[in-house]
Design a protein around this ligand. Structure first.
Ligand code: GDP
Ligand code: MG
Length: 674
């Protein structure tokens, strides 16, 4: 008889970039499940693995530096640990940066969880000649410590062994308690005693942890106390008294003193555990940084890199695009040959024309994702944020806002979610509101299509200019927002410079796939639906000439079109494409493809001749597409991240207004010169 495996739930926590996801992948392999945390749009990854007679269920928590309640990520990570009570918490620690990483570890110790420390990146620590006494570290932390090199899959087996040992209570470590000095300890103990008087509360949360959090005036814990115990008045009064007393005796607020004590614990511990070479020689990263973050060279290098990236993407994607174009051209011809009549028209004109004209952009989009994933994984993106920090302060933001902006080049939805790392609410909101101007991958098809048709010789430059216009408008809007409705000082944070790493091929491919997948799914589903709808509206009323001004779609377009006249493109086809583009920007080209019902390769030409567009009009149209609402999903994300329909509505409206103004300026002013 076989026994069914026993289940252990473990949580993976750690600072961003400590290698959490890599460890998670090593543990679970392909057996992963991706969902969302309840109520928010942060990705929740779960996976399984079996070891000995256990079935281990691993949850990858968001990367955090601390377990305070300052950012949504921290709240998610902490609530999972506190409320779901995973049997074992695995803390992934970057061995090359122990001082900072252990701050989180210390907070896990305070929580009294069953802790296993995965000491990752030991290869980097070693290359810098750090010596880490692992046994001593384990003893001082009161938790098993497993040295690992996750990127080379080293240490996974030992980690599993320690997880099971920790679960079974068979490790040779015993839990420690952080000592906060006599003055603080007195108050912690006092609060702890009162809290322990409420059995229900002290059963839910470790009383000592609650006491410490109360002294830190942690918002979430204060709320828990207010709503979770009849003794809340007594507890809160004692807390206020302690804080006032501590301030008068130690001259600072308890929160600061507690943080100092934690760092004190860490630096003391490291004196025993970590040996660094006497004078640190310049690391290879430092040497590279001498050039890449150089005072004068850094920004020209950044721009050159971005320009080079776009050239690389377009040059390399041309042959692939030709293949796809040829394939869909052949398929459309074949299908309309074998099934004439309305079905053939639906298939060839509608579906193959519409979906094909979007799928042709798979090569440039995936290449762009590869390039950005590479720059991110090797550490250059962090430099870009560092370089921009000073400039960002000028527009009332800081370097941290720059990363979501760059991510916006991939997908605004992901980028808006990445704003969670920004602690200041006004900074966060401003960064979210300007993000739609960062040109996402879905807008690329429009530029490529029109730039190839109207600016054949300079298409790389024209596409690049779209990105620059987007950045410029974002900056202008940030300046306006920070001086009007979102006034306030911009916070100062340490801008981190992680060491350069040679990205792994799988890492880059996985990141590319994670982003590209969204595009493919959309092209496969949403665009498909819209294309069928466009075909239908173009064919109705029955008997009308397909996609003529008399069709339903023609009438809808003609109704909207006059509004767009000042910007130069008042044809109903343009109006309809833009209207459908609200759903997602891929749809703009898909709609054009279905309306003109031509092969993708000649769609640009068809637009030029049938709409009578000049290069100037095409440019104004691209600017409009660049600036108005990126997609319904991005607006929905702003709504869920801000928890406000008003901000979501504001984002939708003001981007349309900005797009209209900018396109009109381009057309009117451009007209004076041409
Ligand atoms: P997360 O942000 O904590 O999820 O970190 P990731 O798992 O995404 O890892 C960040 C980067 O560090 C990736 O490029 C990994 O390939 C790399 N990495 C992970 N573990 C190690 C390691 O032990 N040594 C080295 N040199 N690199 C690692
Ligand atoms: Mg990760």
């Amino acid at each position: 008889m076989t026994m069914s495996p026993k289940k252990i739930t473990i949580a993976l926590v750690g600072n961003p970039n400590s290698g959490k996801t890599t460890v998670f992948n090593n543990l679970t392999g392909a057996r992963q499940h991706v969902g969302n945390w309840p109520g928010v749009t942060v990705e929740r990854k779960e996976g399984n693995c079996s070891y000995q007679d256990y079935n281990i269920n691993a949850v990858d928590l968001p990367g955090v530096y601390s377990l305070t309640a300052y950012s949504p990520d921290e709240v998610i990570a902490r609530n999972f640990i506190v409320n779901e009570k995973p049997e074992v918490v695995v803390d992934i620690v970057d061995a090359s940066n122990l001082e900072r990483n252990l701050y989180l570890t210390v907070q896990l110790i305070e929580l009294g969880v069953n802790l296993v420390v995965a000491l990752n990146m030991t290869d980097i620590a070693k290359s810098r000649d750090y010596t880490i006494n692992v046994d001593k570290l384990s003893e001082l932390l009161g938790a098993p410590v497993v040295p690992m090199i996750a990127s080379r899959k080293k240490g996974t087996e030992e980690l599993l062994k320690q997880i099971v040992a920790e679960f079974e209570g068979k490790t040779n470590t015993s839990k420690i308690k952080l000592y906060y000095g006599s003055e603080l300890e007195e108050h912690i103990n006092e609060l702890e005693t009162i809290i322990s008087g409420d059995e229900k509360l002290s059963h839910q949360f470790p009383p000592r942890w609650l006491a410490i959090k109360l002294l830190e005036e942690d918002k979430e814990v204060l709320q828990k106390i207010r709503g979770g115990t009849i003794r809340h008045e007594e507890i809160l009064q004692a807390k206020d008294k302690s804080i006032a007393h501590l301030r008068s005796v130690l001259g600072d607020d308890a929160e600061t003193i507690i943080a100092e004590e934690r760092y004190g614990f860490i630096s003391g511990l490291l004196k025993d555990v970590l040996k660094k070479p006497p004078i640190e020689p310049l690391t290879p990263s430092d040497k590279i940084d001498k050039v890449l973050v150089h005072r004068w060279l850094s920004i020209p290098i950044f721009l050159a890199l971005m320009y080079g990236m776009f050239q690389f993407v377009f040059t390399l994607s041309v042959p692939f695009m030709d293949w796809i174009d040829g394939f869909f051209g052949w398929l459309g011809g074949y299908v309309s040959g074998v099934s004439p009549g309305w079905l053939g028209s639906l298939l060839a004109d509608g579906i193959i024309g519409g979906v094909g004209s979007v799928l042709i952009f798979i090569p440039p989009i995936f290449l762009l994702f590869i390039a950005t994933a590479f720059l991110e994984d090797c550490g250059y993106m962090a430099r870009a944020a560092f370089i921009m920090d000073r400039l960002m302060h000028r527009i009332g933001l800081h370097g941290r806002s720059f990363i979501p902006m760059i991510l916006g080049f991939g997908c605004n939805v992901a980028a808006i979610m990445a704003c969670r790392t920004i602690e200041d609410p006004k900074d966060r909101l401003t960064t979210m509101l300007i993000n739609p101007f960062m040109s996402c991958g879905a807008r690329l098809p429009i530029y490529v299509l029109l730039a190839s048709a109207f600016f054949t010789a300079h298409r790389g430059l024209v596409v690049f200019s779209m990105y620059l216009i987007g950045i410029t408008v974002a900056i202008i809007m940030a300046l306006i927002l920070r001086r009007s409705i979102l006034k306030g000082p911009s916070g100062h944070f340490v801008m981190e410079l992680p060491p350069y790493r040679l990205p792994t091929i799988t890492g880059v491919l996985v990141h590319m796939w994670e982003r590209g997948r969204t595009f493919l799914i959309r092209a496969g589903t949403r665009i498909f639906g819209v294309v069928v709808l466009v075909w239908l509206l173009s064919s109705l009323p029955w008997g009308v000439e397909y996609a003529s001004a008399g069709s339903v779609i023609g009438r809808i377009g003609s109704f909207i079109a006059p509004v767009l006249a000042p910007a130069g493109f008042d044809q109903w086809q343009a109006a309809v494409s833009l209207a459908f583009g609200f759903l997602a920007k891929e749809v703009v080209v898909g709609t054009m493809g279905a309306i003109f019902a031509v092969e993708e390769g000649v769609l640009g030409g068809a637009i030029a001749t049938q709409l009578g567009w000049t290069p100037l009009i095409a440019f104004a149209f691209m600017v409009f597409c660049l600036l108005y609402v990126p997609c319904v999903a991005s607006i929905a994300t702003i709504r869920s991240e801000t928890n406000s329909w008003r901000w979501a509505g504001f984002a939708a409206l003001y981007t349309i207004v900005v797009a209209w103004i900018a396109a009109t300026i381009v057309f009117q002013i451009g007209g004076l010169f041409i």
